[in-house]
Design a protein around this ligand. Structure first.
Ligand code: DP6
Length: 321
């Protein structure tokens, strides 16, 4: 039977960067994120005995070979769990540019996990759906639960999954995504993760994280906007310090990214209290109080290097539609 699922992208306040197990995608550290209402993937999956091979359409086109292979490996995993051997038709589309550090793999594999498991006849709990999505792409496990989400690192397949810290209606804040480049990045995040141990700073990051995670969870529990914002920005810079000092170094920022980071710091000193965070790409996610969103959008529209602006609020996780 055909099932269709919608899953949000998520933005990490505490980043997942580095794996302790490559094939299971077990992370070296716990991470925390917010699901984004404005950035999502819709995927339908139909395991159908009439099909003679798997068919994968991404954004209305035949999927590039590398993406197709990764999706077929994931379908194999679902087939194995469901004890079936039928082929599937997968049709998926994003409402944002994929492969630009906008977590297309997160929303993509979360939607795929839900639609494929249902179509294969599995009825997975949130925990096991999160585990399944994680094997597709680590950050995808955080797009399964509602709202503000924690992915406990865990040391085994069954102990590494995400759960909701707070529901999406817990705190009405905005995340404004400024897209400054829509080109596909040269080094994928999967490749980037493999370089963490080449950074002389990685050990120090692992030591700093536990207290930082405790602090941000505390700030979230108090809805302390300034604390959440400044800890998020510091954490983004900490992860990028690993990227910058890896061998070979990963410089995901473009000149326009850096210009926007400086603008945000300047606007903050002028009273527009916003904070940036950036994943493995050039685009910038900006934490903003709702009352300041119109002002922030006006500022962003005045910058010629900002190509598109997407406003999100915290969103529920993956759902069937
Ligand atoms: C920088 O989840 O894309 O966005 O598990 O190899 O698919 P794979 O990696 P992925 O890594 C995301 C890294 C990040 C930080 C984050 O979202 O936590």
């Amino acid at each position: 039977m055909k099932y269709t699922a919608k899953a949000p992208a998520n933005i990490a306040l505490i980043k997942y960067w580095g794996k302790s197990n490559e094939s299971l995608r077990l992370p070296t550290n716990t991470s925390i994120s917010i699901n984004l209402s404005g950035v999502f993937t819709i995927t339908s999956v139909d395991f159908n005995s009439a099909l003679t091979s798997d068919e994968v359409l991404l954004n209305e086109k035949t999927a590039p070979e590398k993406d197709r292979q990764r999706i077929i490996e994931f379908l194999d995993l679902v087939r194995c769990q469901a004890h079936i051997n039928t082929h599937a038709k997968v049709v998926s589309s994003n409402n944002f540019p994929a492969g630009t550090g906008m977590a297309s793999s997160a929303s993509g594999f979360a939607a795929l996990a839900l639609a494929a498991s249902k179509s294969a006849g599995l009825n997975l709990s949130e925990k096991y759906l999160s585990i399944l999505a994680r094997v597709g792409s680590g950050s995808a496990c955080r797009s399964i639960p509602d709202g503000f989400v924690e992915w406990k690192a865990g040391r085994t397949n069954s102990s590494s999954y995400a759960h909701s810290l707070f529901p999406s209606d817990y705190w009405n804040i905005s995340i404004v995504t400024a897209i400054i480049n829509k080109e596909i990045k040269k080094i994928s995040s999967s490749e980037g993760h493999q370089l963490v141990n080449t950074s002389p700073l990685f050990k120090a990051r692992l030591q700093y994280l536990p207290k930082h995670i405790k602090d941000i969870k505390h700030a979230l529990s108090e809805r302390n906007y300034s604390q959440v914002g400044s800890l998020t920005e510091a954490e983004c810079l900490n992860m990028h310090a690993i990227m910058l000092t890896s061998k070979p170094s990963l410089i995901y920022w473009l000149p326009d990214t850096l210009e926007l980071m400086h603008s945000i710091i300047n606007w903050r000193s002028e009273g527009l209290e916003t904070y940036f965070t950036i994943d493995a790409g050039p685009n910038v996610h900006i934490l903003c109080q709702n009352s300041n969103v119109p002002k922030l959008i006006r500022k962003l529209k005045n910058l010629s290097n900002v190509k598109q602006v997407i406003v999100s609020c915290p969103s529920p996780g993956a759902t069937l539609i």
